[in-house]
Design a protein around this ligand. Structure first.
Ligand code: SAH
Length: 352
């Protein structure tokens, strides 16, 4: 066991800050024993805040139409091979009904930036979900909108919003997106969402093309400022029909170390072990939970559209029914000594 590594781990845990040299040191170490020490420290913190509870979010991927052209994403508008679909209001509602029967108390509506879904349509869907499931939280993950649109979603009853910032470095942002999109606007949206009152989630892809350790450190500095309620991180995985098809996949090991550091820095944050992590490693989600994550986001989308919402190649759980996924995840958690909670899983500061 490396003394310097354990000392740094204890310092991060104690002070809830990290310097750039410390950050490099943790990510550049290759010793599995060091990593295990870090994961144990992160588990201690999450056990203290959340016990052995893992929260579920039912993900409804309601449209794969998108007006954007992000270089990494399989549903970018220039991908002619994507088979486009959108779910109707009734279909979305029945996904949530089924989700509630399976014990979900949070629904995440995620999609491409699809102009068909006007603010009015989104608000109507949110209102209907809240009407049938008043005790459930509704999360939106539908990209960059105006302050007014976000306000309208909030008034309609949406509780949370997920918008990964992708990278805090504007130059790096420009290498991942066409010129029509800017890192500045993406970050501004997150501050707007927080101001309005949403529980807000940001995040990055680990190992996105051209990403350096210094970029990720910038992400940490940005998050220290934003103070998000959720942080979604998962490895970048190439998609064959994108400009990044030949770029290497992000590292699982690095993702786990980052999850653990985030837990030490943000003890109360909601931290998913993502589907991308489960795709990159068959035990990825378990490893994520054991590195300090406390959220899972199983898919509630109808089986016939799942393989069309392909952000990256090889995405897991596209063949199963929601009930199967749910049972599988419950078993996986029990096996590692954790327990799927039947609560809404709000951020501790939002629990009344
Ligand atoms: N349109 C919404 C939802 C985007 S999809 C929005 O703009 O927020 C959700 C997340 O999937 C993205 O924010 C991105 O971080 C991740 N993602 C997209 N393509 C990916 C890939 N090839 N590998 C890993 N994650 C990817």
């Amino acid at each position: 066991m490396n003394i310097k590594f354990t000392q740094i781990t204890e310092e991060i845990k104690e002070n809830r800050t990290i310097t750039k040299p410390q950050f490099h040191y943790i990510l550049e170490s290759t010793d599995p024993e060091d990593a295990e020490y870090l994961f144990q420290a992160a588990r201690d913190v999450s056990d203290r805040v959340f016990g052995k509870d893992v929260y579920l979010r039912g993900l409804v991927e309601f449209t794969n139409y998108c007006k954007n052209d992000c270089y990494y994403c399989g549903i970018r508008c220039s991908n002619q091979n994507a088979q486009r679909y959108r779910l109707g209001e009734e279909q979305i509602l029945s996904c949530c009904d089924m989700g509630e029967k399976l014990g979900f108390r949070t629904f995440v509506l995620q999609g491409g930036e699809d102009p068909y879904f006007t603010d009015e349509r989104i608000c109507r869907i949110v209102e209907k979900i809240k009407e049938s499931h008043p005790d459930c939280a509704v999360t939106l993950s539908i990209g960059e909108k105006s302050y007014e649109s976000y306000q309208a979603f909030w008034k309609a009853g949406a509780d949370r919003y997920l918008l990964r910032h992708e990278t805090a470095d504007n130059k790096h942002y420009g290498m991942l997106h066409p010129a029509a999109l800017s890192g500045e606007n993406r970050k501004k949206c997150l501050y707007h969402l927080k101001e309005i009152g949403f529980q807000v989630g940001c995040g990055i892809m680990v190992g996105s093309p051209y990403q350096t350790i210094d970029h990720i450190y910038e992400d940490f500095v940005f998050m220290q400022d934003l103070q998000p309620h959720m942080i979604g991180i998962g490895p970048f995985i190439p998609h064959q029909d994108t400009p990044f098809r030949d770029q290497p996949q992000g590292s699982v090991n690095r993702t786990l170390r980052l999850l653990a550091m985030l837990r030490l820095l943000f003890p109360k944050v909601l931290l998913p072990a993502t589907t991308a992590l489960g795709t990159a490693d068959p035990k990825g989600r378990e490893k994520g939970i054991l590195a300090g994550a406390n959220v899972l986001m199983p898919n509630l989308s109808p089986t016939d559209v799942r393989e069309k919402y392909l952000l990256y190649d090889g995405k897991i759980c596209t063949g199963e029914e929601a009930a199967e996924c749910n049972a599988c995840l419950k078993r996986r958690m029990e096996r590692i000594g954790y327990h799927v909670s039947d609560g809404r899983g709000d951020h501790p500061d939002f629990v009344s």
